[in-house]
Design a protein around this ligand. Structure first.
Ligand SMILES: C[S@@+](CC[C@H](N)C(=O)[O-])C[C@H]1O[C@@H](n2cnc3c(N)ncnc32)[C@H](O)[C@@H]1O
Length: 537
């Protein structure tokens, strides 16, 4: 049964989820809390509750996780989670981990092998929901033939399937291998890998209803995870009758890379972005979410509609070539790497296309490079402000998306480090000067208020960034003698159009943020280039 407010339709894309009413940007469309599969990835299965998927770090006061006394591999928050997982899956999979320990001396399995083993054993135990979804002819689409066409990948699938059979203690027959491989294909086609760099989640999550949502590179919806619950939300306004679409892949990549990554889903994406090979600036310019940026670090809506870029200096081929060249490089860690990266991005930088990958990735790497040293901390602050004002609003127009919230948190965090005056020692005078003049605490507070405001929409109440921001904000609110600043920023977050609060924000937060951001291209050019870069308008 499709969730209320939606219906299923048969379309050329197969089944599709259609809205039956309007949804506002950020509004929840549906919540899914009975997943067929929900498991942490193998790297985090010892630090994440294997039932509710709470991570160890998400609550500083939380009890340490307890391991299953038999297999010692799966860990849980408490007895309730352990019991619930025993009933849901661990009853059948516990002996798998015992076998893995006996035969391989390990206490973990690759995530997809564990997932296949769970499904095979639950099917054997007669679990009706699992059989109806994963069984041969079951409801989930598998695209087996598409996977088979990629010979190397298929070999890997067969190996993983065989491992799942062996460790499950199932008969090692051709028939069983075919069943296991089909299950693996269904998992690959339908699983959310919960591998989200912005929210720090990782693992596999399959829900039969949520699996009905198709892909677009300009999605109108997104999924946030809260432990075992997946929340499907509108990413932009959705009208009744519209198809609800999410993005299956990293859509900051150029078209050919996106299409390559989608090949295993066995379709050619025909979304408007793919059809016309639109870049992020073109997608941004047509977004109905632009007005939401009134409450953001990029409230200049005209800039979002008409960005200061020179597309005549670039072609989509150049974007693809730079992207592929950068991807094939090492992750830049040294100054030499970053210089090389800068060179590869040079044409895009000249065109002012800072929001296009791989440029944005290079800036993030540059922030990581500069952050640890007090002498270059101010550089990191400038670049982080640049990302928040000149890059991410174009890449992800809705200000509640996790990528943007995380960046605000990063700025708040960096500003926290600068408050002892250490960044003022920066050898680059203009940056040190802005930091020396600025009301750093008000800037810090404004970032935290934005994180607290948008966090529950883009992610969930449980998100550790949101928790940390709430704690930091409570500390800021205790600082004496800031009654006016507090009142102004509280009013601004409630009503960014309030004239007095808006003027306070513009003068005390936005102005220094923009001043710092404006220095970033020169800083990067000084560090990594030869001083010949185009300045941002
Ligand atoms: C998770 S399922 C989505 C539901 C699917 N339509 C079904 O009927 O089961 C993923 C599969 O849906 C199809 N699909 C998803 N997005 C699509 C798109 N934009 N165009 C064409 N097919 C798409 C592909 O076959 C893909 O492998």
């Amino acid at each position: 049964m499709p969730p209320p407010g939606t219906r299923l339709a048969n379309t050329p894309k197969g089944r599709a989820l259609i809205a039956t009413r309007n949804f506002a940007a950020g509004e929840p469309i549906a919540t899914f809390d009975k997943p067929l599969l929900a498991l942490p990835d193998s790297n985090s299965m010892r630090t994440t509750c294997n039932y509710c998927l709470r991570t160890d770090q998400s609550n500083a006061n939380a009890q340490p996780l307890r391991a299953c006394s038999r297999c010692k591999a799966a860990v849980y928050c408490d007895e309730a989670c352990q019991r619930a997982h025993w009933k849901a899956a661990h009853k059948v999979e516990c002996s798998v981990f015992v076998r893995v320990r006996d035969r391989a001396g390990k206490d973990w399995l690759p995530t997809s092998t564990r997932a296949v083993a769970q499904v095979l054993l639950l099917m054997r135990a007669g679990n009706p929901a699992i059989s109806a979804a994963f069984g041969h002819g079951g409801s989930l689409r598998g695209n087996v033939e598409a996977y088979k066409r990629d010979a190397d990948l298929w070999e890997g699938f067969k190996l993983q399937s065989m491992a799942a059979i062996v460790y499950s203690g199932l008969p090692e027959t051709e028939e069983q291998l075919a069943t296991a491989a089909e299950v693996l294909c269904k998992i690959q086609t339908n699983a959310f890998d919960r591998m989200d760099a912005d929210t720090g989640k990782a693992g596999i999550y399959v829900d039969a209803e949520l699996s009905m949502v198709n892909h677009s590179c300009i999605p109108n919806a997104f999924v946030a995870f809260d432990k075992r619950t997946a929340i499907l939300r509108a990413r932009r306004p959705i009208a009744g009758g519209d198809e609800i679409e999410i993005c299956y892949i990293d859509n900051t990549q150029p078209r050919s890379v996106r299409q390559h990554n989608l090949r295993l889903y066995d379709f050619q994406c025909a979304c408007p972005r793919c059809q016309d090979d639109l870049d992020v600036y073109q997608v941004c310019a047509m977004s109905p979410n632009i007005p939401l940026n009134v409450l953001s670090l990029q409230p200049d809506l005209s800039k979002l509609r008409d960005p200061p870029i020179d597309r005549s200096l670039i072609s989509s081929t150049t974007i693809e070539t730079s992207f592929k060249a950068c991807v094939s490089c090492e992750i830049p860690e040294t100054l030499r790497d970053l210089k090389q990266y800068w060179k590869l991005c040079r044409d895009l930088i000249r065109a002012g296309m800072w929001a296009v990958n791989p440029v944005i990735k290079m800036i993030r790497d540059a922030v990581d490079f500069c952050k640890p040293d007090n002498k270059t901390l101010a550089y990191a602050v400038s670049m982080q402000c640049f990302i928040a004002t000149e890059c991410e609003p174009f890449m992800s127009v809705a200000p509640f998306m996790p990528m943007r919230i995380r960046n605000l948190w990063e700025i708040a965090d960096l500003l926290g480090f600068t408050m002892d005056g250490s960044a003022e020692k920066c050898p680059f005078e203009p940056a040190a000067d802005v930091l020396a003049r600025a009301d750093l605490l008000s800037m810090h507070e404004a970032m935290l208020r934005l994180v607290v405001h948008y966090g529950p929409i883009g992610a969930t109440e449980e998100w550790n960034i949101l928790q940390m921001a709430k704690e930091a904000l409570a500390e800021v609110e205790k600082v004496q003698g800031r009654e006016r600043q507090l009142a102004m920023l509280r009013t601004w977050i409630r009503d960014p159009n309030d004239p007095e609060a808006a003027s306070f924000f513009r003068e005390n937060v936005l102005k220094p943020i923009n001043e710092l951001a404006a220095l970033a291209p020169a800083i990067m050019d000084m560090l990594f280039g030869d001083g010949a870069v185009t300045q941002v308008a």
